[in-house]
Design a protein around this ligand. Structure first.
Ligand code: SAM
Ligand code: SF4
Length: 445
């Protein structure tokens, strides 16, 4: 979501005549797009602000804006930080250009956030702002994120998102289809449809109520789009078999499902206000694999949620063994002010225990990922090339002088191989020669 917001803001500011620089020292305006999901993310923003305060001493005209979820959460209070000139919530990004102009003209701080975020359910300006999106994700050629839903109504006990992104709203199906059409005309081959619980997508137009499965069929008809992904799915039975059937039916729908579990203990799931049991969750994975046999599944887990006993944690480890995920993201519980968990439950699992559980769960997942990756050895895969690989020290050229590139398969395996940079944004065939838990290595065919 944040990457998409950054891309939208970048495009809007470019349209307004601004130019982008990656170097703070060259900038007249610095914008920090923020996340509030864990405290650590917010601490990093404060440390950036500390650095910017220092730069401002030599460059007093520098304008610093904090945008996104942290801006919405802290609002006016953020202006008390000496470095900050603009505070702009995720729903107010269409006004960012005006906020910058007002800061310059009036020489005073500007704050624009939703007054009552849970009432801010229909934001026509935001809809207009994003439905004209024509640019591809500027980091990765040939790919774009398209938001299909804003906000969230699930209120998982630990989560800040409903309080900073507002209520759940499904975007009009026609706007989404038109937007994807435009992106396809610009050369986008992979669209990732975004929503906090994207499989809850529901939009009624006339007689018909469109679901995410319907949306997949519609987007699949768009010429030029080759791959479609969607994230993140909430573990719910409603519409699940239909969604998996759409994935099976549509060659363009990637066989990839990111469906966070959070815990393998029913006691903890209940305390988290997740509305399923571990067994029901595993039942959904069975359904997915019956309908799409080669589906790759990924998940998120939170370890160290209040009152998580060793036994609860062992149930999570068992679930990970059973689920056979491609990969998992594991997070240490971080209490977020204003959430039900923070207000009602004690953060009573010591940091050291959270760390050990995090490590142990990732270790278990790693052994599964390696076994799954081993199945790729010697195989040929089709990848969409993203660009140069991220690790410069590995970025070694082959005997033909080709640098190391990174791409992904339709089911989201990362593939590293040597090839010409001109392949970025294109599909390539790669023969896998070596594996690691998270990355496959190969040779361009
Ligand atoms: N909407 C998605 C979902 O429900 O799966 C993702 C939302 S959240 C931005 C991404 C992940 O962060 C969650 O799946 C959860 O594992 C983790 N997360 C959310 N709140 C957290 C918290 N307070 N502490 C630690 N991890 C958290
Ligand atoms: Fe947060 Fe739960 Fe909504 Fe995901 S579904 S954004 S975890 S409240």
């Amino acid at each position: 979501m944040n990457k998409l917001d950054t891309a939208l803001v970048t495009a809007a500011l470019k349209d307004a005549g601004f130019a982008l620089t990656e170097h703070v020292k060259e900038a007249n305006i610095v914008l920090i797009n923020t996340c509030s999901v864990r405290e650590h993310a917010e601490q990093r923003v404060f440390s950036h602000l500390g650095h910017l305060k220092h730069i401002k001493k030599q460059k007093p005209d520098l304008i610093v804006g904090v945008i996104g979820c942290m801006a919405q959460r802290l609002g006016q209070n953020l202006l008390e930080n000496d470095a900050v000139d603009i505070v702009c919530g995720p729903g107010q990004i269409p006004h960012l250009t005006e906020l910058i102009q007002a800061t310059v003209a009036k020489n005073e701080g500007q704050v624009s956030v939703a007054d009552n975020i849970r009432k801010a359910d229909n934001n026509p300006e935001l809809e207009d702002f994003e439905s004209v999106q024509t640019i591809a994700d500027r980091d990765i050629p040939g790919q774009a994120f398209v938001r299909v839903m804003r906000g969230c109504d699930n209120f998982c006990a630990y989560c800040i998102v409903p309080y900073v992104r507002g209520p759940e709203v499904s975007r009009p199906v026609n706007n989404i289809v038109e937007q994807v059409n435009r992106l396809a005309d610009e050369g986008v081959k992979l669209v990732t449809l975004l929503g906090q619980a994207v499989n809850k997508y529901k939009y009624t137009a006339g007689e018909k109520t469109y679901t995410l499965a319907d949306l997949l069929y519609k987007v699949s008809d768009i010429q030029g789009i080759e791959w479609i992904r969607f994230v993140t799915s909430y573990p719910q039975k409603e519409g699940f078999a239909e969604l998996m059937q759409a994935m099976a039916d549509l060659p363009k729908a990637c066989n990839y499902l990111h469906m966070p579990t959070q815990s393998g203990s029913d006691k903890i799931l209940k305390a988290m206000n997740r509305r399923y049991t571990a067994r029901q969750y595993l039942g959904l994975l069975d359904t997915a694999r019956q309908i799409v046999p080669d589906i790759a599944i990924a998940s998120d887990f939170i370890v160290g949620f209040p009152d998580e006993s060793d036994e609860d944690f062992e149930q999570t480890v068992d679930l990970v063994k059973d689920a056979q995920y491609k990969n998992c993201f594991v997070f240490k519980y971080s209490p977020r002010p204003g959430t039900a968990a923070d207000e009602k439950l004690l953060d009573n699992i010591p940091t050291e225990v959270k760390k050990q559980r995090n490590y142990k769960l990732l270790e278990m997942q790693e052994s599964i990922s390696v076994a799954l990756a081993a199945g790729f050895e010697g195989k040929r895969v089709n990848v969409l090339v993203e660009g140069l690989s991220k690790k410069p020290h590995l970025n070694c050229a082959d005997s033909g002088g080709n640098p190391q590139l990174v791409g992904r398969t339709a089911d989201d395996w990362i593939v590293v191989f040597n090839g010409p940079v001109s392949l970025a944004g294109q599909f390539s065939k790669v023969k896998i020669t070596k594996i690691s838990p998270l990355t496959l290595f190969g040779e361009l065919i």
